[in-house]
Design a protein around this ligand. Structure first.
Ligand code: ADP
Length: 197
Protein backbone atom coordinates (compact mmCIF):
# COMPACT_ATOMS: atom_id res chain seq x y z
CA UNK A 1 0.00 0.00 0.00
CA UNK A 2 1.48 3.43 -0.90
CA UNK A 3 2.33 5.59 2.10
CA UNK A 4 1.94 9.30 2.46
CA UNK A 5 4.98 11.52 3.03
CA UNK A 6 3.81 12.09 6.62
CA UNK A 7 4.11 8.37 7.32
CA UNK A 8 7.75 8.18 6.26
CA UNK A 9 9.35 9.13 9.63
CA UNK A 10 7.20 6.49 11.42
CA UNK A 11 8.02 3.87 8.81
CA UNK A 12 11.71 4.75 9.00
CA UNK A 13 11.71 4.44 12.83
CA UNK A 14 10.01 1.02 12.56
CA UNK A 15 12.51 -0.06 9.92
CA UNK A 16 15.41 0.93 12.20
CA UNK A 17 14.01 -1.15 15.08
CA UNK A 18 13.49 -4.21 12.84
CA UNK A 19 16.96 -3.82 11.29
CA UNK A 20 18.59 -3.57 14.72
CA UNK A 21 16.97 -6.89 15.71
CA UNK A 22 17.63 -8.73 12.45
CA UNK A 23 21.27 -7.54 12.31
CA UNK A 24 21.91 -9.48 15.53
CA UNK A 25 20.36 -12.81 14.51
CA UNK A 26 21.96 -15.44 12.27
CA UNK A 27 20.74 -18.84 11.17
CA UNK A 28 23.49 -21.38 10.59
CA UNK A 29 23.23 -25.03 9.67
CA UNK A 30 25.97 -27.21 11.16
CA UNK A 31 27.65 -28.61 14.26
CA UNK A 32 27.27 -26.20 17.20
CA UNK A 33 30.65 -27.23 18.66
CA UNK A 34 32.45 -25.74 15.63
CA UNK A 35 31.35 -22.14 16.19
CA UNK A 36 33.60 -19.46 17.63
CA UNK A 37 31.29 -17.65 20.03
CA UNK A 38 31.01 -16.60 23.71
CA UNK A 39 28.58 -19.38 24.67
CA UNK A 40 26.88 -22.38 23.16
CA UNK A 41 23.57 -23.53 24.60
CA UNK A 42 23.20 -27.26 25.16
CA UNK A 43 19.90 -29.16 25.18
CA UNK A 44 20.74 -31.13 28.33
CA UNK A 45 18.74 -33.60 30.41
CA UNK A 46 17.60 -32.76 33.93
CA UNK A 47 20.36 -34.82 35.56
CA UNK A 48 23.00 -32.96 33.48
CA UNK A 49 24.43 -36.41 32.95
CA UNK A 50 25.22 -36.16 29.23
CA UNK A 51 22.88 -37.87 26.78
CA UNK A 52 22.47 -38.28 23.04
CA UNK A 53 22.08 -35.84 20.16
CA UNK A 54 23.57 -32.39 20.60
CA UNK A 55 24.31 -33.11 24.27
CA UNK A 56 26.58 -36.00 23.25
CA UNK A 57 28.32 -33.87 20.60
CA UNK A 58 29.00 -31.10 23.14
CA UNK A 59 30.26 -33.52 25.82
CA UNK A 60 32.51 -35.21 23.26
CA UNK A 61 34.02 -31.91 22.08
CA UNK A 62 34.41 -30.47 25.60
CA UNK A 63 35.83 -33.69 27.06
CA UNK A 64 33.35 -35.99 28.78
CA UNK A 65 35.22 -36.33 32.08
CA UNK A 66 35.96 -32.62 32.42
CA UNK A 67 32.46 -31.46 31.50
CA UNK A 68 30.74 -34.03 33.70
CA UNK A 69 32.90 -32.94 36.63
CA UNK A 70 31.73 -29.35 36.13
CA UNK A 71 28.10 -30.39 35.74
CA UNK A 72 28.23 -32.24 39.07
CA UNK A 73 28.58 -28.90 40.94
CA UNK A 74 24.83 -28.52 40.25
CA UNK A 75 22.07 -30.67 41.64
CA UNK A 76 20.66 -31.21 38.14
CA UNK A 77 18.59 -28.62 36.31
CA UNK A 78 14.81 -28.24 36.14
CA UNK A 79 12.90 -27.98 32.87
CA UNK A 80 13.09 -24.41 31.55
CA UNK A 81 16.02 -23.51 33.81
CA UNK A 82 19.67 -23.07 32.79
CA UNK A 83 23.10 -23.51 34.38
CA UNK A 84 26.58 -22.51 33.21
CA UNK A 85 29.94 -24.28 33.01
CA UNK A 86 33.23 -23.52 31.32
CA UNK A 87 33.68 -24.88 27.80
CA UNK A 88 36.50 -27.22 28.99
CA UNK A 89 38.38 -28.34 25.87
CA UNK A 90 36.41 -26.26 23.37
CA UNK A 91 38.93 -23.45 23.10
CA UNK A 92 36.95 -21.20 20.74
CA UNK A 93 34.01 -20.98 23.19
CA UNK A 94 34.07 -19.33 26.66
CA UNK A 95 31.13 -21.09 28.31
CA UNK A 96 28.52 -23.76 27.84
CA UNK A 97 25.02 -22.97 29.04
CA UNK A 98 23.00 -26.11 29.75
CA UNK A 99 19.24 -25.85 29.61
CA UNK A 100 16.55 -28.52 29.83
CA UNK A 101 13.72 -28.36 27.33
CA UNK A 102 10.22 -29.80 27.77
CA UNK A 103 9.45 -33.31 26.57
CA UNK A 104 6.34 -33.46 24.40
CA UNK A 105 4.68 -36.85 24.56
CA UNK A 106 1.46 -36.45 22.58
CA UNK A 107 -0.21 -33.11 21.88
CA UNK A 108 1.56 -29.84 22.56
CA UNK A 109 0.33 -27.87 25.61
CA UNK A 110 0.73 -24.15 26.20
CA UNK A 111 2.79 -25.01 29.31
CA UNK A 112 5.29 -26.79 27.00
CA UNK A 113 5.61 -23.60 24.96
CA UNK A 114 6.20 -21.56 28.13
CA UNK A 115 8.88 -24.00 29.26
CA UNK A 116 10.61 -23.87 25.88
CA UNK A 117 10.63 -20.06 25.91
CA UNK A 118 11.94 -20.14 29.50
CA UNK A 119 14.94 -22.15 28.27
CA UNK A 120 15.83 -19.28 25.93
CA UNK A 121 15.03 -16.54 28.47
CA UNK A 122 17.00 -18.14 31.32
CA UNK A 123 19.98 -18.88 29.05
CA UNK A 124 20.03 -15.25 27.94
CA UNK A 125 19.75 -14.02 31.53
CA UNK A 126 22.69 -16.26 32.55
CA UNK A 127 24.66 -14.86 29.60
CA UNK A 128 23.91 -11.32 30.79
CA UNK A 129 25.01 -12.12 34.37
CA UNK A 130 28.27 -13.54 33.03
CA UNK A 131 29.02 -10.74 30.56
CA UNK A 132 28.56 -12.99 27.51
CA UNK A 133 27.50 -11.13 24.40
CA UNK A 134 27.14 -13.80 21.73
CA UNK A 135 25.23 -17.09 22.03
CA UNK A 136 24.54 -20.05 19.79
CA UNK A 137 21.33 -21.99 20.43
CA UNK A 138 20.64 -25.46 19.12
CA UNK A 139 16.98 -26.27 18.39
CA UNK A 140 16.15 -27.20 21.98
CA UNK A 141 13.60 -30.03 22.47
CA UNK A 142 12.93 -30.58 18.76
CA UNK A 143 14.94 -33.81 18.60
CA UNK A 144 14.37 -36.75 20.93
CA UNK A 145 12.16 -34.57 23.19
CA UNK A 146 9.57 -34.36 20.42
CA UNK A 147 8.63 -30.66 20.38
CA UNK A 148 7.05 -29.81 16.99
CA UNK A 149 9.58 -28.00 14.77
CA UNK A 150 7.14 -25.43 13.35
CA UNK A 151 5.80 -24.33 16.73
CA UNK A 152 9.34 -24.15 18.14
CA UNK A 153 10.58 -21.90 15.30
CA UNK A 154 7.61 -19.54 15.71
CA UNK A 155 7.64 -19.43 19.53
CA UNK A 156 11.41 -18.98 19.68
CA UNK A 157 11.33 -16.36 16.89
CA UNK A 158 8.56 -14.39 18.65
CA UNK A 159 10.41 -14.47 21.94
CA UNK A 160 13.89 -13.63 20.61
CA UNK A 161 12.77 -10.70 18.47
CA UNK A 162 11.08 -9.13 21.52
CA UNK A 163 14.04 -9.94 23.78
CA UNK A 164 16.59 -8.38 21.41
CA UNK A 165 14.48 -5.24 21.05
CA UNK A 166 14.65 -4.80 24.84
CA UNK A 167 18.19 -6.04 25.53
CA UNK A 168 21.07 -4.30 23.81
CA UNK A 169 23.66 -6.31 25.77
CA UNK A 170 23.32 -9.25 23.39
CA UNK A 171 25.34 -8.59 20.24
CA UNK A 172 24.63 -11.82 18.37
CA UNK A 173 22.39 -14.85 18.55
CA UNK A 174 23.13 -17.74 16.21
CA UNK A 175 20.26 -20.15 15.71
CA UNK A 176 22.04 -23.39 14.90
CA UNK A 177 20.05 -25.87 12.91
CA UNK A 178 21.06 -29.42 12.17
CA UNK A 179 18.09 -30.51 10.09
CA UNK A 180 17.11 -28.66 6.93
CA UNK A 181 13.48 -28.37 8.12
CA UNK A 182 14.56 -26.14 11.03
CA UNK A 183 16.75 -24.05 8.72
CA UNK A 184 13.78 -23.49 6.41
CA UNK A 185 11.34 -22.76 9.25
CA UNK A 186 13.60 -20.10 10.76
CA UNK A 187 14.17 -18.48 7.35
CA UNK A 188 10.43 -18.42 6.77
CA UNK A 189 9.82 -16.91 10.21
CA UNK A 190 12.35 -14.09 9.83
CA UNK A 191 11.37 -13.29 6.23
CA UNK A 192 7.81 -12.91 7.48
CA UNK A 193 8.99 -10.83 10.46
CA UNK A 194 10.89 -8.46 8.15
CA UNK A 195 7.90 -8.08 5.84
CA UNK A 196 5.26 -7.51 8.50
CA UNK A 197 7.10 -5.64 11.25
P1 ADP B 1 16.31 -32.72 22.71
O1 ADP B 1 16.42 -33.92 23.58
O2 ADP B 1 16.23 -31.43 23.50
O3 ADP B 1 15.23 -32.85 21.69
P2 ADP B 1 18.33 -33.41 20.73
O4 ADP B 1 19.81 -33.42 20.93
O5 ADP B 1 17.67 -34.72 20.50
O6 ADP B 1 17.74 -32.63 21.99
O7 ADP B 1 17.95 -32.45 19.53
C1 ADP B 1 17.95 -31.05 19.61
C2 ADP B 1 18.37 -30.47 18.27
O8 ADP B 1 19.80 -30.51 18.16
C3 ADP B 1 17.83 -31.22 17.06
O9 ADP B 1 17.43 -30.27 16.09
C4 ADP B 1 19.05 -31.98 16.56
O10 ADP B 1 18.97 -32.22 15.16
C5 ADP B 1 20.14 -30.98 16.86
N1 ADP B 1 21.53 -31.45 16.90
C6 ADP B 1 22.01 -32.71 17.06
N2 ADP B 1 23.37 -32.69 17.05
C7 ADP B 1 23.74 -31.39 16.87
C8 ADP B 1 24.98 -30.70 16.76
N3 ADP B 1 26.15 -31.32 16.83
N4 ADP B 1 24.97 -29.35 16.57
C9 ADP B 1 23.80 -28.68 16.51
N5 ADP B 1 22.59 -29.25 16.61
C10 ADP B 1 22.57 -30.59 16.78
Amino acid sequence: MPSTLQEIPTLFAKYKVAKNILDRISIWNGDITRLQIDAIVNAANSRLAGGGGVDAAIHRAAGKTELQRECRQYDGCAVGEAVITSACKIEHVKNIIHTVGPQVYSSLKSSDREKLVNCYRNSLELAKENGLKSLAFCCISTGVYGYPNDDAAESVGDFLTKYLAENENIERIVLVTFLFIDYELYHEYFANFAENF
